[in-house]
Design a protein around this ligand. Structure first.
Ligand code: DAT
Ligand code: MG
Length: 148
């Protein structure tokens, strides 16, 4: 089953959105496979966002991500990478569709509350980076109530 890396950014933690955001993924029918509250080092944040290192907003983005604890998670389910991105909404909250996380909880692109992997391959890389210790391998008893 497909997995994705989801991170609640420092603003989401500070604003008390952790429970609500986790709830959205749980209620949809996705399964939580990894979870931790962690404040990352600058070099780690730079590695996570290495593909964006040439962008003018890179330094500010790194400052934001290291500004407080984040909630790092791995979620699992059918087509979760693409579905997770849809649930999160457009990068700039002002372009995000109503009902998406970024439309419901954010105003500015540099305070957009949550990260989600953009492809199966980047999910694999991000999960390996954030969870080198591995994941929990449990299987929900609700599986057959969610999947045909
Ligand atoms: P996403 O987080 O939707 O995958 P991304 O990977 O292109 O978007 O960029 C990572 C983060 O960088 C994004 O969540 C917020 C910030 N960012 C992206 N584009 C930006 C811009 N034009 N100005 C300021 N910050 C930006
Ligand atoms: Mg991205």
């Amino acid at each position: 089953m497909e997995q994705t890396f989801i991170m609640i950014k420092p603003d989401g933690v500070q604003r008390g959105l952790v429970g609500d955001l986790i709830s959205r993924f749980e209620k949809r029918g996705f399964f939580l496979k990894g979870l931790k509250l962690i404040t990352v080092e600058r070099s780690f944040a730079e590695k996570h966002y290495e593909d964006l290192s040439a962008k003018p907003f890179f330094a500010g983005l790194v400052e934001y991500i290291i500004s407080g604890p984040v909630v790092a998670m791995v979620w699992e389910g059918k087509n979760i990478v693409a579905t997770g991105r849809k649930m999160i909404g457009a990068t700039n909250p002002s372009n995000a569709e109503p009902g998406t996380i970024r439309a419901d909880f954010a105003i500015e692109v540099g305070r957009n509350v949550i990260h989600g992997s953009d492809a199966v391959e980047s999910a694999r890389k991000e999960i390996a980076l954030w969870f080198p210790e591995g994941l929990s391998n449990w299987r929900s008893n609700l599986h057959s109530w969610i999947y045909e």
